[in-house]
Design a binder for this molecule. Structure first.
Ligand code: CUA
Length: 343
């Protein structure tokens, strides 16, 4: 009985520890910043946290000192301490200190907020900035590079050290664009463009996600930001412009034909195909299937066969546009899609 009591008391604490340990995962956490804006935002969080900790320590120390020093002792049952009403100096002190502490937090916070939301790039600096046009859909992300004239989806590739201006909108409902490790976030509104400035400082893959409840698969609306060196980025842009090489195996070639007949009215590869579903030009180089499953053929087949089981509410029809692809045909399409690499 006693033991279960102990367990019950420690359960919330261990739950909290488990929960908080999730806050420190590299690549997904705002507490391990990987970009300039995220670093500045984390610094502001730590500043506020530091001041709060100091206040708590001082208040708690005084509280416990008074509790121990002045508690009623034996023989003092009828004793009433000196009653003080109003103390000008004390009142000034405990009004001025919070004002000062709030100023210490407010000044850098307001400065950062204005600096980070300034996304207007002077013409002379246009060269140093990359623009990416983002369109959020239920439940995936489209990325267009207007200056490079290329388009991709789900995994957005950017060069390290360069400021990226994301121009964000939505094709349907309100979504929210958020890459915790790089800083953020901002709403994606239909019929409106919002802007977010991010400057990644470390190469790597950073998880992004939708942060606004937008439907049944909101929780699965992930994307990745791949931060690569400038030369790798230039290579990727060239590869995207050229498009992937033609498939070599018979199965993948048959898959390409099947893809053209059953998938291409919605999905594009290179410049060919429809714009309503994710562009698949560099599909084989991506990190996730449908933004939620591990990137392998088995999961791709699972996704094409029954999208609703993977991502409820997704607009993709099961077994292709005509809904009649056989298991064997889906296997061939998967073979083809895994040849779509621009590396
Ligand atoms: Cu899109 Cu939540």
């Amino acid at each position: 009985m006693k033991r279960s009591w102990l367990l019950l008391r420690f359960l919330p604490i261990s739950g909290l520890v488990a929960l908080l340990s999730g806050c420190g995962v590299k690549g997904v956490s705002a507490l391990i910043p990987m970009g300039k804006e995220a670093r500045e935002q984390a610094w502001l969080m730590y500043l506020s946290l530091g001041i709060m900790v100091i206040v708590i320590l001082v208040v708690a120390s005084i509280y416990f000192y008074v509790l121990i020093r002045f508690h009623k002792r034996k023989g003092q049952e009828d004793y009433i301490p000196k009653q003080t009403e109003g103390n000008k100096i004390l009142e000034i002190v405990w009004t001025v200190i919070p004002i000062l502490l709030l100023c210490i937090i407010a000044v850098p916070t307001v400065k950062q907020t204005f600096a980070q939301s300034d996304t207007d790039v002077p013409k002379s600096q246009k060269k140093d900035v990359l623009q990416v046009d983002v369109t959020a859909h239920q439940f995936w992300w489209d990325f267009k590079y207007p200056d490079q004239k290329i388009e991709t989806a789900q995994d957005v590739v950017v060069p390290v050290g360069k400021t990226v201006i994301f121009k964000i909108t939505s094709a349907d409902v309100v979504h929210s664009f958020w890459v915790p490790a790089l800083g953020g976030k901002i709403d994606a509104n239909p019929g409106q463009t919002t802007k977010l400035k991010l400057t990644p400082e470390n190469e790597g893959v950073y998880r992004g996600r939708c942060a606004e409840l937008c439907g049944s698969s909101h929780a699965l609306m992930y994307f990745n930001v791949k931060v690569v060196s400038q030369s790798e980025f230039d290579q990727w842009v060239d590869g995207m412009k050229k498009g992937p090489e033609a498939p070599a195996t018979a199965s993948a070639q048959e898959g390409q034909e099947l893809f053209k007949q059953n998938c291409m009215s919605c999905h594009a590869v290179g410049k060919e195909g429809g714009p309503v579903a994710p562009n698949l030009t560099d599909f084989a180089d991506r990190k996730m299937i449908a933004g939620t499953l591990d990137h392998n053929k088995e999961n791709l087949i699972k996704w094409i066969t029954n999208p609703d089981a993977v991502k409820p509410g997704a607009n993709m029809p099961a077994r292709g546009m005509n809904k009649n692809l056989t298991d064997e045909q889906i296997q061939k399409i998967a073979d083809y899609l895994f040849t779509l690499s621009v590396k």
